[in-house]
Design a protein around this ligand. Sequence first.
Ligand SMILES: *Cc1c(COP(=O)(O)O)cnc(C)c1O
Length: 342
Amino acid sequence: MRDATLDTPKQTAATSAPFGTVFSKWMPLSRFADGRWSEVETVPVAPLSIHPGAHVLHYSSTCFEGLKAFRMPDGSIRIFRLDRHVERFRSSSELLCLPTPPAEMLEQMVRSVVELSRDDVPAPPGALYLRPLLIGTEANIGAAGTASTEALLYVLASPVGDYFAGGGRPLRILIEEEAMRCAPGFGMAKTGGNYAAALRHIIQARNEHNADQVLFCPGGDVQETGASNFFLLDDRRLMTKPLDGSFLHGVTRDSVITLARHLGYEVLERDFTVDEVKDWIRTGEAALSGTAAVLTGVGTFIHEGKEYQVGDGRVGRNTQRLREALVAIQTGVAEDPFGWLS
Ligand SMILES: *Cc1c(COP(=O)(O)O)cnc(C)c1O
C-alpha cells in the first residue's frame, strides 16, 4: 500500500525545505578554454568532474550571483532585475581576474534555466532562486599569481519559499566593530572568499549571543551584515551607507531606495556610526535587505555585551510597508513603474 505522505506535492516539499537545498534537474553550462566560451549546453544537475589541481580549489577564483524569478498572477514567469545582476556578475568576475562572460550570453543562460525549470517555480510568496556561478578550472597549482586560463560557468535554479514567512520574526544582530567582513576594496565582489572570511564571526555571534547575523562596522563605520545591506528608517526617512568599495552593492538596496523615494521618503545615503544606530533605534527602525531576505526588520542589537531593543522590538511599520510594496511589484500584483521585471 502507498504511504499517503509520499503524495505531498513536490512544490510544497520544495518550498518548505531549507532555502537553497532543493535544485531543479537541468542547468545551462559553458566552458572557457583557448580564449573562448563554448556553445552553451544543457546538462543534468549532478556531480561535476574537475581536476584536483583546479585554480578555484586552491586560489578561490570564483564569483556568483543570486536573483529570483516569480510566478505572475496570469501564470507567466518573470525575472527581477536581470540586467543589474548580470552587470554585477561581470564586475565580480573582473575583480577576480576570471574570464568575463558576455552579458547577452549570461542573460540567455539565466532565461534558459528559468525555461527549463518552468514547472518548479512556486507561487508567491515562493520564487525560483537563480544562482549563476563562475569558477577558474585551470589545473595549475603554481598559478597563485596568475589568472586561470580556463573556467566553468553554469546557472543553478532552486525553488524557495518565503525566507522569513510574513516579513518575519525580528532579527537579533550583533554589532562587530573590530573584524572586517572582507578585504577593503573587495566588498563589491560577490565571491566565496568573502563569506569564508566572515563565517567565524557569524558562528561565534550565534553561539555566544544567539544572534542571527553580524553587522560589520569596522572602526565604528556601519557597513553591512554577512549577506545583506543595512538600513535605518522611520516615518519620513531612509538611511544607508553610500556606495563605496567596502560592501556589496545590493540590487535590493537599490530597489528599496528607489521605492522609498517614490513613496515620498527622504533618502539619506551617507556614512554613519554605531552611536548613531543606537540613537536612531530608540524611536526608529532598522532592517536588512537582500534577494533572499527581501527587507527584514531588526528587533534587537547586541553591542559590547549589552542588548538594545529597536523601538518596541517588533518589525517596524515602515519596514513592513516597503517590504510589501517591493513584493507586490516582484510578484506582479502591483504595477512595475520602474521596468524591473523581464
Ligand atoms: C548578495 C549580497 C547582498 C544583497 O544583494 P542583493 O542584490 O540585494 O541580493 C548584500 N550583501 C552581501 C554581502 C551579499 O552577498
